[in-house]
Design a protein around this ligand. Structure first.
Ligand code: NDP
Length: 317
């Protein structure tokens, strides 16, 4: 069939670009909708961080946006066709599948969804100013930076991520405060025990963040107790949101099996969705690890699975 792409990749984070590199090197001429608003910007969440120190191969660390430029360059080198457009509608009920953006309609035998997830933010008044200047939504990405060493740090949230990130931060900070809006954690029992036992972790109950405090860099947090309405300011050098993520799956709703939190469900041990020929990779299905390197790994797996699927079906154009 003319004008049908072998593989269309939706999303341009580590998962999408790794999928593209593998597909392009397999001569599948992949086409990528890079997206530009759905995941924050083309390149995904790494474009909103500064130093990335845990991506293997960069012993001195690498700047997040720079790393994504390198991913993109590698996709381009092997011939991935890319457009910086958001997919606005997808139709998986017809074959080849149909994907639409504002400017075009593309047909594809196979699709890899790597639209990522967006960390939720609270939108406190000083948030924009303090973002990456002491505020972050990923302790695992940013927590080890020198500015946080031996300083008091704060995590907002009461779920598994909050406990995990607060625990991780205790390795670096002098003390870690976990601020939770209720008097009970949402985190699993085992994680709760871990939090309570940790002498460097203190939970501040029934409390919400009112604002981040600081001029050029964060110096503190203004908190309000929701039971007493008492407001107080605490000195902290780092403020980390861990209030959940929103997977970017809205445009696929109703067509793909998606769990209660919005993540794409996969067939066990594969990158296959419930629709034959539609694969997913990266944070759009993974709420457990959420790392650039795991996203890249699943991008590779999705691409290899898509390649085998296309070959089995005799669909490679
Ligand atoms: P969750 O949705 O489970 O928890 C979010 C937390 O943030 C809740 O405590 C919630 O409070 C709080 N919160 C949400 N919005 C606000 C707000 N606007 N202001 C203040 N607090 C807010 O998200 P997680 O990222 O923690 O976990 C997502 C999934 O991933 C879960 O299924 C979890 O089990 C899993 N996970 C598992 C891990 C593991 O097994 N090691 C590690 C990390 C995640 P409230 O409780 O009041 O709603």
């Amino acid at each position: 069939m003319p004008n049908v792409k072998n593989i269309v990749i939706v999303g341009s984070g580590p998962a999408g670009h790794t999928a593209a590199i593998y597909a392009a090197r397999a001569n599948l001429n992949p086409f990528m909708f890079e997206g530009y608003t759905m995941g924050g910007s083309a390149g995904g969440q790494l474009t909103t961080t500064t130093d990335v120190e845990n991506y293997p191969g960069f012993p001195d660390g690498v700047n997040g946006p720079e790393l994504m430029q390198l991913f993109r360059k590698q996709s381009e080198r092997f011939g991935t066709e890319m457009v910086q457009e958001d997919v606005t509608a997808a139709d998986f009920s017809q074959r080849p599948f149909v994907l639409k953006s504002e400017n075009r309609e593309v047909r594809a035998h196979a699709v890899i969804i790597s639209t990522g997830a967006t960390a939720k933010r609270m939108g406190v008044p000083n948030e924009e100013k303090m973002w990456n200047n002491g505020m972050s939504a990923c302790a695992v990405c940013d927590g080890a930076l020198p500015m946080f060493r031996n300083q008091p740090l704060m995590v907002i949230g009461g779920g598994d991520t909050a406990v995990e990130e607060a625990t991780y931060l205790t390795k670096f900070g002098s003390m870690v405060y976990m601020v939770h809006r209720r008097d009970q954690l949402r985190a699993s029992k085992i994680m709760q025990e871990r939090a309570i036992k940790n002498p460097k972790l203190e939970i501040i109950w029934d409390t919400v963040l009112e604002d981040a405090v600081g001029e050029d860099y964060l110096t503190g947090a203004r908190l309000k107790n929701v039971k007493t309405n008492a407001v107080r300011e605490m000195k902290v050098a780092g403020l980390f949101y861990a209030i959940g993520h929103t997977p970017n799956t809205l445009i696929f709703n109703g067509q793909l099996d998606i769990d209660a939190a919005g993540y794409i469900k996969l067939k066990l041990g594969t990158q296959e969705t419930n629709i034959d020929g539609v694969f997913a990779a990266g944070d759009v299905h993974d709420h457990k690890y959420r790392q650039a390197v795991t996203a890249a790994g699943t991008g590779c797996a999705a691409s290899l699975e898509a390649e085998r699927w296309l070959a089995e079906k005799g669909l490679i154009g």
